[in-house]
Design a protein around this ligand. Structure first.
Ligand code: MN
Length: 337
């Protein structure tokens, strides 16, 4: 359905002079999967590029090609002139962590926005946004396919990483027939699902499971809003070597709770800020709408936000805000309107 736009974007990418590739902050498998696939494409066409990210990447994604080229150095915005900036898997430039960098530029590069978040603000000059797609990798795969691009096995692995992680192993609601079809074609092209399994879904060591137990034991139910929530401190993450994969496992586990309309995991970050992640499996609950109240965003059934700490203050603020948003206490969609 995006064919004309896909052609324009592909032509721009493959004829660019110097590209800056940008994933969102704390980049996940989808953001880095789509970005690293694009890096491979640019290399096929001998297009020079750099990769900027506001934060570093998680060790579990270190198997992806080109990730070692990722730089968090803001000097990258001053030393080189880019004619194209391509942003992957970010609903807005703030989430990508580059709003101020772009504003400060003395020239105007063409911004290409490739994403699938329902909260996308269409910030680009070209916006390849498909909110029905499971992942940005699925969106970008279709773009490459419609342009009959050469997809190498390495590129296929990158794209499968985003599809597998964003669908929680093809199990969540974002998984559509088209998603499985894309994944099947990517496997045929040589995509390696085993390396993804090995790196991303590493088995949890005993100490991680102990923390997991502690976090789950703390689960509480907010009775008025009918939501379950818990938290994990930075000290717990740090002292027990808890990895991103274990935390995203905890977040996705919230979908397995029978009680309540939605789940919330509140995580204390290294800098003292609080990262909140909402999950729901209900069709009549929109957690993206809730996350938006806190300056965040995401999808109807999976969304997140960042607030100042400490944990207790943030949790109190979250529930006060939600109680105001849903005065009758029901977080189901009839009360959103
Ligand atoms: Mn995504």
């Amino acid at each position: 359905m995006h064919t004309e736009l896909e052609k324009t974007i592909f032509t721009r990418m493959t004829h660019a002079s110097h590209v800056l590739l940008v994933p969102h902050k704390n980049p996940d498998g989808d953001s880095l999967g789509s970005l690293t696939c694009c890096a491979n494409l640019l290399e096929q066409y001998n297009i020079p590029y750099h990769i900027y990210c506001a934060t570093t990447y998680a060790q579990q994604l270190a198997f992806l090609p080109h990730v070692t080229k990722l730089s968090t150095n803001p000097a990258l915005w001053k030393s080189i002139t880019y004619d194209h900036i391509i942003v992957f898997d970010a609903g807005d430039l703030g989430y990508a962590g580059i709003d101020k960098h772009i504003q400060a530029l003395s020239y105007k590069p063409t911004v290409i926005n490739i994403d699938h978040h329902a909260t996308n603000t269409y910030f680009g000059d070209y916006n390849l946004v498909d909110t029905e797609s499971s992942s940005t990798c699925e969106v970008f795969y279709r773009c490459l396919k419609n342009n009959t691009a050469t997809i190498t096995p390495e590129m296929a692995t990158s794209l499968l990483t985003g599809i597998i992680t964003d669908t929680d192993n093809f199990s969540n609601d974002a998984t559509r027939p088209q998603t499985l079809y894309a994944a099947s074609e990517l496997m045929n092209l040589g995509g390696d699902t085993q390396i993804i399994k090995k790196w991303v879904y590493e088995k949890a060591p005993l100490h991680a499971l102990h923390i997991w137990g502690k976090v789950m034991q703390r689960l509480k139910k907010h009775h008025l809003l009918n939501m379950c929530y818990t938290h994990i401190t930075h000290q717990e993450i740090d002292e027990h070597g808890i990895k991103e994969a274990h935390i995203s496992g905890m977040v996705n586990f919230l979908n397995s709770i029978q009680d309540g309309h939605a789940g919330l995991l509140v995580r204390e970050m290294k800098d003292g800020t609080i990262k909140g992640s909402f999950r729901t499996t209900r069709d009549d609950v929109n957690v993206a709408h809730m996350a938006k109240q806190f300056g965040g965003g995401g999808h109807k059934k999976a969304a997140g936000f960042v607030l100042p700490g400490p944990i207790d203050t943030a949790v109190a603020h979250i529930f006060e805000t939600l109680e105001t948003l849903f005065p009758d206490g029901s977080v189901t969609e009839q009360s959103v309107a």
